[in-house]
Write a protein that binds this ligand. Structure first.
Ligand SMILES: Cc1cc2nc3c(=O)[nH]c(=O)nc-3n(C[C@H](O)[C@H](O)[C@H](O)COP(=O)(O)OP(=O)(O)OC[C@H]3O[C@@H](n4cnc5c(N)ncnc54)[C@H](O)[C@@H]3O)c2cc1C
Length: 133
């Protein structure tokens, strides 16, 4: 399990909006590392694209790409109907969300209620061990 230092912005970042941006950037770094271990592609919601964290080419959903992988990991994705339109036919969906009421859990086969900044590094570390990567 990652320690809390990984989710605490550096002291010099005092502005709340900047803290949010920092956390989102850290989140994407964690997701990219997990994707690397799984040899998977990284998709995103329109909210993440609009915020500038990732290019539009990676957007999944009604106004983005439609994907249907063997495993779709919906990480900090609420599960808006427009997002579901792009991924609901995935063979298996794992949802990781800190809100147990998030709509994505209604669609997911597997669900983890957790802060992704804690769970994703732990998942990546375990997969690295098991897959020898
Ligand atoms: C015409 C139209 C077209 C659209 N097309 C698309 C589209 O193609 N694709 C698309 O995705 N959206 C689309 N949208 C937008 C869509 O309605 C949602 O606003 C968007 O999908 C929400 O993205 P999100 O889940 O990333 O963000 P939010 O709805 O803000 O949800 C963020 C989620 O992350 C969770 N969370 C936050 N921090 C953490 C953490 N540290 N650990 C774990 N969980 C956390 C929260 O609990 C929440 O559930 C469209 C909207 C319209 C009106």
């Amino acid at each position: 399990m990652a320690n809390n230092a990984a989710i605490t912005p550096p002291a010099e970042i005092t502005d709340e909006k900047q803290k949010e941006v920092w956390k989102a950037q850290q989140g994407f770094a964690l997701i990219r590392e997990l994707a690397g271990v799984l040899k998977a592609a990284v998709g995103a919601s329109r909210a993440a694209v609009d915020a500038g964290y990732i290019p539009y080419a990676n957007q999944v959903g009604q106004t983005g790409k439609v994907v249907s992988p063997d495993l779709y990991i919906a990480c900090a994705i609420s599960g808006a109907i427009q997002h579901q339109a792009g991924m609901r036919t995935s063979k298996n969906i794992l949802a990781i969300n800190k809100d147990p009421e998030a709509p994505i859990f209604g669609l997911a086969r597997f669900g983890v209620v957790s802060d992704m900044h804690k769970f994703v590094p732990a998942l990546t570390a375990e997969l690295k061990k098991r897959l020898g990567r």
